[in-house]
Design a protein around this ligand. Structure first.
Ligand SMILES: [Zn+2]
Length: 124
Protein backbone atom coordinates (compact mmCIF):
# COMPACT_ATOMS: atom_id res chain seq x y z
CA UNK A 1 0.00 0.00 0.00
CA UNK A 2 1.23 3.47 -0.84
CA UNK A 3 0.80 6.62 1.13
CA UNK A 4 -1.70 8.82 -0.71
CA UNK A 5 0.20 11.94 0.16
CA UNK A 6 3.88 11.23 -0.27
CA UNK A 7 3.57 8.06 -2.34
CA UNK A 8 5.97 6.13 -0.18
CA UNK A 9 5.21 2.53 0.53
CA UNK A 10 3.58 2.26 3.91
CA UNK A 11 5.53 -0.02 6.13
CA UNK A 12 3.72 -0.96 9.24
CA UNK A 13 0.61 0.91 10.11
CA UNK A 14 -1.40 2.92 7.60
CA UNK A 15 -3.17 5.94 8.99
CA UNK A 16 -6.52 7.17 7.83
CA UNK A 17 -6.84 10.91 7.90
CA UNK A 18 -9.49 13.36 6.81
CA UNK A 19 -8.45 16.39 4.89
CA UNK A 20 -11.31 18.55 3.86
CA UNK A 21 -13.78 16.13 2.37
CA UNK A 22 -11.20 13.55 1.32
CA UNK A 23 -10.25 10.53 3.29
CA UNK A 24 -6.68 9.44 2.74
CA UNK A 25 -4.61 6.47 3.73
CA UNK A 26 -1.21 7.77 4.61
CA UNK A 27 2.07 6.78 6.18
CA UNK A 28 2.94 7.59 9.75
CA UNK A 29 4.99 10.64 8.80
CA UNK A 30 2.17 12.18 6.80
CA UNK A 31 -0.34 11.37 9.47
CA UNK A 32 1.61 13.71 11.69
CA UNK A 33 1.57 16.38 9.00
CA UNK A 34 5.31 16.37 9.32
CA UNK A 35 7.18 16.08 6.06
CA UNK A 36 7.77 18.22 3.04
CA UNK A 37 7.06 16.02 0.10
CA UNK A 38 9.04 16.38 -3.11
CA UNK A 39 6.60 16.76 -5.95
CA UNK A 40 6.90 14.69 -9.09
CA UNK A 41 4.67 16.68 -11.42
CA UNK A 42 3.21 20.16 -11.50
CA UNK A 43 -0.30 18.90 -11.02
CA UNK A 44 0.46 16.84 -7.98
CA UNK A 45 2.60 19.66 -6.63
CA UNK A 46 -0.45 21.87 -6.73
CA UNK A 47 -2.62 19.20 -5.20
CA UNK A 48 -0.10 18.61 -2.49
CA UNK A 49 0.26 22.28 -1.84
CA UNK A 50 -3.48 22.50 -1.37
CA UNK A 51 -3.44 19.50 0.90
CA UNK A 52 -0.75 21.05 3.01
CA UNK A 53 -2.59 24.32 3.19
CA UNK A 54 -5.64 22.51 4.44
CA UNK A 55 -3.50 20.58 6.88
CA UNK A 56 -2.02 23.77 8.22
CA UNK A 57 -5.51 24.94 8.98
CA UNK A 58 -6.24 21.75 10.83
CA UNK A 59 -3.00 21.94 12.73
CA UNK A 60 -3.78 25.44 13.87
CA UNK A 61 -7.13 24.32 15.16
CA UNK A 62 -5.61 21.38 16.92
CA UNK A 63 -2.79 23.14 18.70
CA UNK A 64 -4.80 26.16 19.69
CA UNK A 65 -4.16 26.44 23.40
CA UNK A 66 -7.00 26.09 25.82
CA UNK A 67 -6.75 29.72 26.76
CA UNK A 68 -9.58 29.81 29.18
CA UNK A 69 -9.56 33.52 29.85
CA UNK A 70 -9.90 34.43 26.22
CA UNK A 71 -12.71 31.93 25.79
CA UNK A 72 -14.54 33.35 28.76
CA UNK A 73 -14.19 36.83 27.36
CA UNK A 74 -15.39 35.76 23.92
CA UNK A 75 -18.34 33.86 25.39
CA UNK A 76 -19.26 36.77 27.62
CA UNK A 77 -19.19 39.15 24.67
CA UNK A 78 -21.29 36.78 22.60
CA UNK A 79 -23.75 36.71 25.47
CA UNK A 80 -23.83 40.51 25.36
CA UNK A 81 -22.77 40.84 28.98
CA UNK A 82 -20.41 43.35 30.51
CA UNK A 83 -17.73 42.09 32.88
CA UNK A 84 -19.61 43.79 35.66
CA UNK A 85 -22.87 42.07 34.77
CA UNK A 86 -21.34 38.64 34.51
CA UNK A 87 -19.47 39.19 37.76
CA UNK A 88 -22.76 39.98 39.47
CA UNK A 89 -24.42 36.91 37.99
CA UNK A 90 -21.73 34.63 39.35
CA UNK A 91 -21.46 36.60 42.56
CA UNK A 92 -17.81 37.51 42.12
CA UNK A 93 -15.88 40.74 41.88
CA UNK A 94 -15.42 42.32 38.48
CA UNK A 95 -11.71 42.67 39.23
CA UNK A 96 -11.44 38.90 39.61
CA UNK A 97 -13.28 38.31 36.37
CA UNK A 98 -11.01 40.78 34.60
CA UNK A 99 -7.97 38.92 35.88
CA UNK A 100 -9.40 35.64 34.70
CA UNK A 101 -10.07 37.08 31.26
CA UNK A 102 -6.56 38.53 31.14
CA UNK A 103 -5.28 35.13 32.23
CA UNK A 104 -3.60 36.60 35.26
CA UNK A 105 -5.39 34.09 37.43
CA UNK A 106 -6.59 30.61 36.71
CA UNK A 107 -10.10 30.16 38.04
CA UNK A 108 -10.82 27.37 40.47
CA UNK A 109 -12.94 24.47 39.35
CA UNK A 110 -15.84 25.87 41.34
CA UNK A 111 -15.54 29.27 39.73
CA UNK A 112 -15.29 27.77 36.28
CA UNK A 113 -18.48 25.86 36.90
CA UNK A 114 -20.22 29.06 37.88
CA UNK A 115 -18.98 30.88 34.82
CA UNK A 116 -19.87 28.02 32.54
CA UNK A 117 -23.34 27.70 33.98
CA UNK A 118 -24.04 31.23 32.79
CA UNK A 119 -22.04 31.22 29.57
CA UNK A 120 -22.33 27.62 28.48
CA UNK A 121 -24.41 28.30 25.36
CA UNK A 122 -21.85 30.85 24.25
CA UNK A 123 -18.69 28.82 24.65
CA UNK A 124 -17.16 27.51 21.47
ZN1 LIG B 1 3.32 9.68 3.47
Amino acid sequence: MECEICGAEIKGRAYSINIGTSKLKVCEACARYGVAVPATTTTTAMQKKRLYEQMDLEIEEEVEPVDYGRRVKAARERAGLKQEELAKMINEKQSLLRKIENEEVIPTEELRMKIERVLKPYFR
